[in-house]
Design a protein around this ligand. Structure first.
Ligand code: CDP
Length: 352
């Protein structure tokens, strides 16, 4: 590890990496980098390299962990063994368990979990190269991975840290500032400014904390802009004509899909009835089953009605068609479950 620098900020107000005190490191993002994940994002921020992957919503196993009225969001932060100067011991540690917990909670006000009762949304954040601020980098990547997975969200979440070096507050600490500085204050917030993560290492006065939060707010505004640019380049267009054409095309596809579905449902019902050679009562049962399957098997009729009513209030339209993404794991396969939700049998191992 490099020695403590004599000065962190020079006479021109520039930091060791040439940034001003209120500047964040250069950030680049790329969405949809993993084909097996439902959503993903690769993010570079200064020398940090982070990959976020989202799986779900999918049915949660073991079933006893399911929440009857909403989805469970599991977040796992992990540092690759090779991500730091000294090798990191693979597997969960006290630090990664804590970061996973608080980072998952940073998404609490934005992810609309009520649409997926009984389901789980897994967020994996893998740090490939660490250079201070990895938990904040992971949150920024995870936000875009969640959007990429099509998870309904009320808005984005951005995160950056503020610290103190040479008696001055600085935005987005680099490695020497983090290691040898007087304080580290990682913060995450929603677009409307609600703080969803705030941790502190070191010492700051109440006044410095208030100023630090304002600095972090400015940093997060820059990050929201980067995130929105990425979303626009992946999903959006500002060309009105193109938007209109796209909407018309989608309407056409929706109408033809409806017609095909009707035909399939009728033929399935007829063949099932013929096979069973049962009376009309059985035909009604099969019809009911197919209707239920259409809505997604994790929902009961009542739950579907409740959640779609709620969604209707929010979006002003019928959104009962939200579907649970197909699971990619088989029942009982907990090899890739985030540590926060391991089965009871595993818990003993985790608590070192
Ligand atoms: O990365 P973040 O600032 O969120 O967390 P930290 O605990 O403040 O760690 C700061 C930096 O120290 C990390 O980004 C890594 O570069 C480094 N670190 C390390 O080298 N070995 C560890 N076991 C943990 C962190």
């Amino acid at each position: 590890m490099s020695d403590k620098p004599e000065k962190f900020i020079d006479e021109n107000g520039l930091r060791l990496d040439g940034r001003r005190v209120d500047e964040i490191r250069p950030m680049t993002v790329e969405m949809g980098v993993l084909s097996r994940a439902d959503g993903s994002c690769y993010l570079e921020w200064g020398n940090n390299k982070v990959l976020a992957a989202v799986y779900g919503p999918r049915e949660l196993h073991p079933r006893r962990l399911q929440r009857p009225s909403e989805a469970l969001v599991r977040y796992r932060y992990n540092m690759a063994a090779f991500s730091v100067e000294d090798r990191i011991r693979p597997g969960p540690s006290r630090r990664s368990t804590e970061i996973s917990k608080v980072s998952g909670e940073a998404f609490e006000p934005v992810v609309m979990k009520q649409f997926y009762p009984g389901a789980v949304i897994d967020v994996f954040a893998e740090v490939l190269q660490a250079d201070a601020g990895t938990r904040t980098a992971a949150i920024n990547a995870a936000t875009l991975a969640l959007v990429d997975a099509g998870i309904p969200m009320k808005g984005l979440v951005a995160s950056c840290a503020v610290g103190k070096v040479d008696g001055q507050l600085v935005l987005d600490l680099n490695k020497p500032e983090d290691n040898y500085g007087d304080a580290d204050l990682p913060i995450a917030m929603t677009e409307d400014g609600e703080i969803t993560l705030l941790q502190m290492d070191g010492n700051l006065t109440a006044d410095e904390i208030a100023k630090g939060i304002e600095m972090a707010r400015k940093g997060c505004e820059q990050i929201f802009a980067i995130q929105k640019e990425a979303l626009l380049s992946k999903f959006g267009t500002t060309d009105e004509e193109e938007l209109l054409k796209e909407a018309e095309l989608q309407a056409e596809v929706a109408t033809s899909e409806d017609e095909t579905e009707d035909v399939e449902v009728v033929s399935e019902v007829v063949s099932e009835v013929a096979l069973e050679d049962e009376d009309d009562e059985l035909k009604d049962e099969v019809d009911e089953d197919l209707e239920l399957q259409d809505e997604g098997e994790a929902f009961t009729d009542d739950e579907v009605e409740d959640t779609s009513d709620e969604a209707e209030d929010l979006f002003g339209e019928d959104v009962s068609e939200f579907e649970i993404n197909e699971g990619t794991e088989s029942e009982g396969d907990s090899s890739s479950e985030p540590e926060g939700a391991e089965s009871d049998e595993d818990e003993g191992e985790k608590n070192e």
